[in-house]
Ligand binder design. Sequence first.
Ligand SMILES: NC(=O)c1ccc[n+]([C@@H]2O[C@H](COP(=O)([O-])OP(=O)(O)OC[C@H]3O[C@@H](n4cnc5c(N)ncnc54)[C@H](O)[C@@H]3O)[C@@H](O)[C@H]2O)c1
Length: 277
Amino acid sequence: MDLKGKTALLTGGAGGIGRAVASRLARAGTRVVLWDVQPQALQAAVEEISKDGFARGYPVDITDRRQVFEAAERVRREIGLVDILDNNAGVVFGGDFLQCSEEQILKTLRVNVEAVLWCTRAFLPGMLQRRSGCIVMMASAAGMLGVPKMAAYSASKHAVIGFAESLRLELRGQGHDGVRVLTVCPSFVKTGMFEGASPPMLTPWLDPGQLADKICDGIRRDRVHVREPFMVKLVPALKALPYPILDRAGDWLGLNSTMDHWQGRETATSRESTQRR
Ligand SMILES: NC(=O)c1ccc[n+]([C@@H]2O[C@H](COP(=O)([O-])OP(=O)(O)OC[C@H]3O[C@@H](n4cnc5c(N)ncnc54)[C@H](O)[C@@H]3O)[C@@H](O)[C@H]2O)c1
């Protein structure tokens, strides 16, 4: 896909990876539309990205289905049809499953899964109409294998991967070859979301800009997956190991203890949820 002259909409575009992808797209000549639930961060991101190209921001809480469809209609009226949808927004609450509050579990599923379905329903028809488009599904390495102390998050990212795979095959079966689905599975990225976590062996922290370059490249080249860093590409092979060996390999690589000291980011949402625990 030639990025120049296209329109991209990024959910959670005011934050780490989304903002880095938006900056790169704007520099490549893509018109960038950001949705985010944090109005101040959104304004700051739009101001910064506008220095490189076209950027507009809309405060939207993507867990509210009605807001998603109303804002999508506004974008269609004010900006036009969307060529690239980056389902980027996500949240995580680390900790033992029974210690996470019901609010945290629901929020994880609403932001990371439900909202991805609603945003896709809002923008896919326009892409089908024009027989062209790309839907980026921001999953995670934790969607390819289970990780202790992030059970709800891992469940949500497994759901995203299942959704992406099903939708991709459905579109292929219907002959919509011009509408692509790109699934992104990074391990740990230095945005603050996983502050305090310890990445497993041979899996260094990724820089958001470095990952954003790979995502833009994936969109440009019609790729099906972006899995970073290299160790993540080996996960399907690792999962073919018999379970006692896989479990020990996870212990040895430090995979099963990555979240032991997770703190996350001190946001209003995380403070509030931690207090409710
Ligand atoms: N950071 C990592 O290590 C990592 C690793 C793998 C996958 N991911 C995934 O990448 C994506 C981006 O992660 P990040 O590290 O940039 O996160 P981030 O917290 O830096 O940014 C997420 C953005 O989403 C926004 N958001 C949250 N809830 C929202 C809602 N209801 N409506 C609208 N916007 C909302 C936040 O305001 C924030 O700006 C997420 O889906 C995350 O699960 C991140």
